[in-house]
Write a protein that binds this ligand. Structure first.
Ligand code: NAD
Length: 480
């Protein structure tokens, strides 16, 4: 059995807490190891290590810190297969996806921020007849990064890289469900000679370890990605110490499809945007809104393509659709499918667990599921399921489409499908979401602001926004 340890002050250490959590391989439904549920002593050790490392790390030049980030990226790249296999084992996602998306993007996160920070203006002047003002940005000190289980290393490093490059030291907590690649990152940091204490990784449950981090008075900012309920708890718990907060939370993303779209391109992309990573990407389409004139055609073609997706052992190279990442989540998704039946829905395809033979016979697999016949107020159309379940709804006009798209508490992302780009832009302006794709999905330029509105987010990540979040400003004024 493997034991996932904390990484503090440049070394793997056993937690002082004796509580251990089980780690599962969701494709086979079996325990492969254990995780430490770090307590207040463990969190204190990590925060002290980060505090001790801050003066030296923050005094390095941007180029020097960027150099360390580049070395981390190169080391992960040289271990691409190893990282991909462990990411697939932890999450149940197809190995091919971990190898083509998760780990390459984790590598890009370090490279991107190492470069991007060089172009950022950390100092500026505002002068007038009466005063000269010099404005500069400083790192905050010790900051905390908390990430979820769906894109483990990808989202973990998306926070850590900007935090480090601008001179902060970090205490980071990955999801207790998928901690393995974050654990391996410790080894990478040691190999490339990252100074001890600059990045500390503590493991444990959100309600214990995460909560201690959020309330720690020495931590200046929390960058969190996860569920909206957790985000609300963090918002309240961080308020006593006035920490800076960046909250990336849940979604219920609409795909709005007009009859004048490029149909084949749209269909291929909607299959991906609905069911990549078993629908467990915060940006996945979950409510498909279709102009009534093409509703029946789309329904038939979509169901046909989705029922042909290859569900299988994530380690098989042909697998397109893997396991659900935890048993708890598997049960939650099944409950939503049952609720759909109770709400009077028609299940067009899927709607049950998938039973595989051989190695994965006890794994947590659910068939990709398409549902129709529910009104907008149904729980299936309002609540985030975060799995391979989408609903179809017809609309009659642009006005209807916008009204339906906005009719949830969430506002993370949306996709719009039309060849009339004026219409596409008009609709985008009216849709309440932070990230809108017209005729594409998941096309990312890391310089652009990323995040949601309403219950989906507070603040933006990426590019300059991340650098601003992880720094504090000071204005020094002199009279003329
Ligand atoms: P979660 O909120 O349960 O957990 C996320 C992280 O927060 C974990 O590391 C967890 O241990 C920690 N945590 C839990 N309770 C905490 C507390 N009280 N204090 C501090 N930390 C705490 O989310 P999840 O189930 O891991 O992830 C799925 C959710 O994440 C979905 O809602 C999904 O939409 C969202 N998500 C959002 C984005 C985005 O960019 N907006 C990206 C990916 C996932």
């Amino acid at each position: 059995m493997e034991l996932v340890q904390n990484y503090i002050s440049g070394k793997y250490v056993s937690a002082r807490s004796e509580d251990r959590l089980e780690l599962f391989d969701p494709a086979i439904g079996e325990v492969y190891g254990h995780l430490m549920d770090s307590n207040s002593d463990d969190v204190r050790d990590a925060v002290m290590a980060a505090s001790d490392a801050f003066p030296v790390w923050s005094a390095l030049t941007l180029d020097e810190r960027g150099g360390y980030l580049m070395s981390i990226a190169e080391e992960i790249n040289s271990r691409l297969d190893e990282f991909s296999e462990f990411e697939s084992r932890d999450t149940g996602k197809p190995l091919a996806l971990a190898r083509s998306l998760d780990i390459p993007r984790s590598i890009s996160n370090f490279k991107f921020f190492a470069d991007h920070a060089k172009d950022f203006k950390f100092e500026s002047d505002i002068n007038s007849d009466i005063s000269t003002n010099h404005i500069s940005r400083f790192p905050l000190g010790v900051v905390c990064c908390i990430s979820p289980w769906n894109l483990p290393l990808y989202l973990f490093t998306w926070k850590i890289a900007p935090a480090l490059v601008v001179g902060n030291t970090v205490v980071a907590k990955p999801s207790e469900i998928t901690p393995y690649t974050a654990y391996l990152l410790g080894d990478v940091c040691s190999k490339i000679g990252l100074p001890p204490g600059v990045l500390n990784i503590v493991h444990g449950r959100g309600a214990t370890t995460g909560d201690l981090l959020v309330k720690d008075e020495n931590i200046k900012a929390i960058s969190f990605t996860g569920g909206t309920a957790t985000g609300k708890t963090i918002f309240k718990n961080a308020s006593d110490s006035f920490k800076k907060l960046s909250l990336e939370m849940g979604g219920k993303n609409p795909a709005v499809i007009f009859e004048d779209c490029d149909y084949d391109k749209m269909l291929d992309t909607i299959v991906r945007s609905s069911f990549s990573n078993q629908g467990q990407i915060c940006l996945c389409s979950s409510r498909i809104l279709i102009e009534r004139s093409i509703y029946e055609r789309f329904k038939k073609d979509f169901c046909s393509q989705v029922s042909n997706l290859i569900i299988g052992d994530p380690m098989d190279i042909d697998t397109q659709f893997g396991a659900i990442s935890s048993e708890e989540h598997f049960l939650k998704i099944n409950n939503y499918i049952e609720l759909a039946r109770q709400e009077g829905a028609s299940i067009l395809t899927g709607g049950t667990a998938e039973k595989l033979n051989g190695r994965c016979s006890d794994g947590w697999f659910i068939k990709p599921t398409i549902i129709e016949g529910l009104d907008q107020s149904s729980r299936l159309n309002q609540e985030e399921i975060f799995g391979p379940v989408v609903t179809l709804q017809p609309f009659d006009s642009e006005y209807d489409a916008i009204e339906m798209a906005n009719n949830t508490e969430y506002g993370l992302s949306a996709t719009i499908w039309t060849e009339d780009l004026d219409k596409g832009r008009r609709i985008s302006r009216n849709i309440e979401a932070g990230v809108i794709w017209i005729n594409c999905w998941l096309l990312r330029d890391l310089r652009t602001p990323f995040g949601g509105m309403k219950s989906s987010g507070l603040g933006r990540e990426g590019g300059d926004d991340a650098i601003k979040f992880f720094t504090e400003q000071k204005n020094i004024c002199l009279p003329r």
